[in-house]
Design a protein around this ligand. Structure first.
Ligand code: PLP
Length: 401
């Protein structure tokens, strides 16, 4: 038999669960795109996007996914032949660098592997070696969704400052904005890219590039800038049509407006705290499972784990077995292991990921953990006991009346 019928839970690390309120806000007839409610509403989104990233600088909105935001950040700051330093801690760091390479930018890649965060000593060494100031930008991912590592972005800025390197600090927060704490201005980030389909709980299709005055100065000489990706017209509330360089993403804007309302009704710091507690509950479950068998978290140090996504390892092919069991029998879809291929495990069958970003609460996390626990038992995979109990203790302790 299967016990999958009922509301399905897509527990992959993006696109994330879309709240009913967001769906309801999008369920409407096509609005006028020239005047009226849509135009006013879009202007109101800009300050809230800035609040979300803790910045007083600029944000440009695009009809795009995260890849579009990557490209926009590169085109507005760089020229063909420029050099950048790519700090890769998983698939997405490499991906951003590969895009830059295709655009004619020279990438110096430091690969920290799939289980580690950025090693600041190696960054310092690379920056010190750049005596001619060739490195125009440092590209980092705050949370790499493939490894679920969380990098210390404030520490990265301190490292750059310590060696007085003038490069731009460009950060990908696509996985974690609105989940893990992020402080664009306080941490000295020059460019930040994100999308709407994870912490922002809106269907994929809008992307945002934040930039400060220093980065906008680079825009002056960037020969990669193109008409569509140019960020300058996109920050001007007086030219609504320019926000999108064409037809506005009408229904996404309604959804996004509602998602931002939900975040600020809860309070951004409370949203971060909710993600932190739910992540700790997940880690507690893995600690219990891990006392027997091969199931383990990909990132060892809790301080370096994201609160938005969790990557786990298990003897292959049991990651895939477990994911399939959960879909077929429990109505839960877990994320695949991404960028984790090895010669011994060419399809990443020894990995899976849990997305716990955005519209996620205690019962959803306990449900996913309970379903994984049942799957381990159904498939006779060795595991320690008491995982759901351990998660409940974390959740109970954080919400005492
Ligand atoms: C950290 C990170 N960067 C970039 C991307 C690419 O975003 P998109 O798939 O929306 O193009 C993703 C997508 O999962 C991501 O998690």
């Amino acid at each position: 038999m299967s016990l999958a019928n009922g509301r399905h839970y897509l527990a992959i690390p993006g696109p994330s669960v879309i709240p009913d309120r967001v769906l309801a806000a999008m369920h409407r007839a096509a609005p006028n795109i020239y005047t009226g409610e849509l135009v006013d509403m879009t202007h109101s989104i800009v300050p809230d996007l800035k609040k979300l990233a803790r910045t007083d600088h600029q944000v440009a909105m695009y009809i795009a996914n995260g890849h579009g935001a990557w490209e926009a950040a590169l085109t507005n700051t760089l020229s063909r032949g420029d050099q950048v330093l790519v700090l890769a801690t998983g698939r997405f760091g490499h991906g951003w660098g590969e895009m830059a390479t295709k655009m004619g930018v020279h990438c110096q890649v430091i690969d920290f592997g799939r289980r580690s965060d950025i090693d600041m000593a190696r960054v310092e060494e690379a920056l010190r070696a750049d005596t001619g100031g060739e490195i125009k930008a440092v590209l980092a991912v705050q949370v790499d969704t493939s490894s679920s590592v969380k990098n210390d972005i404030a520490g990265l800025r301190q490292t750059m400052d310590r060696v007085s390197h003038p490069a731009l600090l460009m950060v990908d927060c696509i996985a974690c904005l609105g989940c893990d704490a992020f402080e664009m201005d306080a941490w000295g980030v020059d460019v930040m890219v994100t999308g709407c389909q994870k912490g922002l709980m809106t269907p994929p299709g809008m992307a945002f590039v934040y930039f400060n005055d220093k980065a906008d100065g680079y825009r002056e000489n960037a020969d990669l800038v193109t008409h569509y990706w140019d960020w300058r017209p996109r920050v001007d509330p007086n030219g609504f049509y320019q926000y999108f360089d064409g037809t506005a993403p009408t229904h996404h804007l309604y959804g996004l407006r509602t998602a931002l309302d939900m975040i600020f009704e809860e309070g951004l710091e409370n949203v971060w705290a909710r993600h932190a507690t739910l992540a700790k509950a997940i880690w507690a479950a893995f600690d219990a499972w891990g006392t027997k068998g091969s199931l383990a978290l990909n990132i060892n140090d809790p301080a370096k784990r994201s609160h938005a996504v969790t990557s786990a390892t298990i003897d292959p092919p049991h990651g895939t077995d477990l994911r399939n069991w959960l879909v077929q029998n429990a109505g839960v879809t877990l994320g695949i292991g991404l960028g984790m291929e090895t010669p011994q495990d060419p399809n990443s069958d020894g990995y899976f990921r849990i997305g716990h970003m955005g519209h996620v609460n205690a019962h959803m996390v306990l449900g996913v953990l309970g379903a994984i626990d049942a799957g381990l038992k159904a498939l006779d995979l060795p595991h320690g006991l008491g995982a759901v109990e351990a998660a409940s203790v974390v959740i109970g302790a954080s919400c005492r009346p």
